[in-house]
Design a protein around this ligand. Sequence first.
Ligand SMILES: [Zn+2]
Length: 131
Amino acid sequence: MATRAARTATSEDTWSADELAEVRKRLLHEIEELNADITRAEAELAAGDASEGAGDDPADAGAKTYEREREIALTLNARDLLAQNERAIARVDAGTYGECESCHKPIGKERLQAFPRATLCVACKQREERR
Ligand SMILES: [Zn+2]
């Protein structure tokens, strides 16, 4: 590592240890919040199961189904975000954070500060969305 101290990469895309620690902390904090969300949604779903069959009103049952589906969708979304955050932390630890997974160019600090779990640069992301 010391032999690379003189490298010329002083661009804004270079991450310092402090900045990486900061982004890692942010990701961990989000993981905690997402875990709390998932736990809460699952508790609500479990509570819904317990009260099922209590009301015979079809409209009421429909509303409950809708509510239930919404909770499930939220949970899935939270789990997806959780996985992305965990992946980002793994990338911090592996030293590949900030590198585009597709073209291996720097993603750009500005973009990562807005979307810390981004794994693709803007160009690759746009290409993927067009598919
Ligand atoms: Zn890219």
